[in-house]
Ligand binder design. Structure first.
Ligand SMILES: Cc1cc2nc3c(=O)[nH]c(=O)nc-3n(C[C@H](O)[C@H](O)[C@H](O)COP(=O)(O)OP(=O)(O)OC[C@H]3O[C@@H](n4cnc5c(N)ncnc54)[C@H](O)[C@@H]3O)c2cc1C
Length: 382
């Protein structure tokens, strides 16, 4: 029996924040006939939900000036575009550790001045919450959090408004090229197997980008994965309206997680549960299978045991839940902690594009890359 076929201009694989944002752009700005396939039962359920919810304003990247600068550029754009999806109601502080830190307070100050990110000395009542033997300085900064459930609703309504065809619980399995140059994508859904014939495929599956490539016998992109824990906690009253990040090394962050009305708690040393890299010729591991392997025990007790040395009030945090998700970065990010967008045009097949954003605000970089590629293509420059 032949599988049924759907035709479209552009197929976007993955209904996370990146896939949805791209689909709206392709439909609205380029007038394309766009189909989005999402393997899960709803949009923005994977990395776009399980993350720290920080809208980066550059402070986090003292070792990568480019990432710090891009964050500064994208921050106001994100706030303007998604004003209804952000939480700015809390105060945000960055503290610098005296020991084991890759940045000093002075270097942090210089970074902020260089990128034009506002900082001020933290007020005395906040400084008092930190152990001054361990913490060199504390700064008030401007950074907020996003609400991923509101983002999901927003993206669903935008896709609906512009007329993107969305199919949930449908998975892209394999991509091949037809003799006429179009792409043929084998897919599976609740109604059975089907095929999509299109001009372009955008693989926006984040940690799973290589899964589609591997199944299509195409070259893998070197990527590093970490199974990470985001603990969700109720914080003690004195820090209910605060977000705190201790920089830059084996430290921690506690900040509001708006979609659950809790705080997220993460710790550079204890958040990763395991890690691995995708490399050509090595056996491929599906990140979602790694994330689903049994229920791993939370590292929350260890996170708090360390963090309360810096900020004793954190001893009063109560864990309400914890989330596990695979965080994927480019291998070079290990060295300089950068978070660039990955954009591979015509990867392995003409028309097959792979896109991975390392931060939520990278959507603006993605649109710029895609627009530049479209413009070159329209001028006949590959
Ligand atoms: C633990 C953690 C903390 C983070 N903290 C922050 C932060 O504080 N601030 C920030 O800006 N960024 C943060 N990030 C990064 C940010 O979450 C990601 O950059 C962003 O969510 C990626 O979005 P996406 O749409 O590419 O991926 P996803 O949201 O993972 O979407 C990919 C989608 O593809 C679907 N899919 C997969 N395979 C297939 C297939 N074959 N067919 C159809 N659908 C498929 C999945 O079901 C999923 O919905 C964090 C990430 C993690 C994991």
């Amino acid at each position: 029996m032949t599988a049924s076929r759907i035709e479209c201009d552009d197929l976007v694989v993955g209904g996370g924040f990146f896939g949805c944002s791209l689909a709206v752009h392709l439909r609205e700005a380029c007038g394309r006939n766009v189909l989005v396939l999402e393997a899960g039962s709803d949009l923005l359920q994977r990395a776009s939900y399980t993350n720290q919810a920080r809208v980066h304003n550059g402070y986090h990247y003292p070792r990568s000036l480019l990432t710090a600068l891009r964050s500064r550029v994208n921050y106001p754009r994100f706030l303007a575009k998604f004003a209804d999806c952000i939480d700015e109601s809390f105060e945000k502080y960055y503290a610098i550790s005296r020991g084991f830190s890759k940045v000093t307070a002075n270097q942090f100050r210089i970074l902020c001045e260089t990128i034009g990110a506002p900082i001020a000395p933290a007020p005395a009542h906040v400084r008092k919450m930190f152990d001054s033997h361990l913490v060199e300085d504390v700064f008030t900064v401007r950074e907020c959090a996003f609400d991923s459930v509101k983002l999901k609703r927003r993206m669903a309504s935008e896709m609906d408004r512009v007329g993107v065809d969305l199919r949930l619980q449908n998975e892209a399995k394999r991509v091949t090229q037809l003799p006429n140059g179009e792409l043929l994508v084998d897919c599976a859904g609740p109604g059975g197997d089907f095929q999509v014939v299109c001009k372009r495929v955008f693989n926006c599956t984040y940690s799973r980008i290589n899964r589609l490539l591997e199944a299509s016998e195409l070259p893998l992109i070197p990527l590093k994965h970490e199974l990470t824990e985001i603990s969700l906690v109720e914080v003690p009253e004195p820090i209910r309206n605060l977000g705190v990040t201790v920089m830059c090394g084996p430290f921690f962050s506690v900040m509001p997680f708006p979609s659950r009305g809790l705080h997220s708690f993460s710790h550079v040393r204890y958040t990763p549960h395991c890690q691995w890299q995708d490399a050509q010729g090595q056996p491929y591991m599906d990140p979602y299978s790694v994330a689903a392997e049994g229920r791993r025990r939370s590292n929350f007790v260890r996170m708090v045991a360390d963090a309360k040395r810096y900020m004793p009030v954190l001893a009063g945090c109560k864990q309400a839940d914890y989330l596990l998700e695979v965080k994927t970065v480019l291998p070079r990010s290990e060295v300089d902690d950068s978070r660039p967008i990955l954009f591979r045009q015509d990867h392995g097949l003409p028309g097959l594009n792979c896109i991975m954003g390392a931060k939520i605000d990278n959507i603006f970089d993605m649109i710029e890359f895609v627009s530049a590629a479209e413009s070159l293509a329209s001028q006949g420059i590959a």
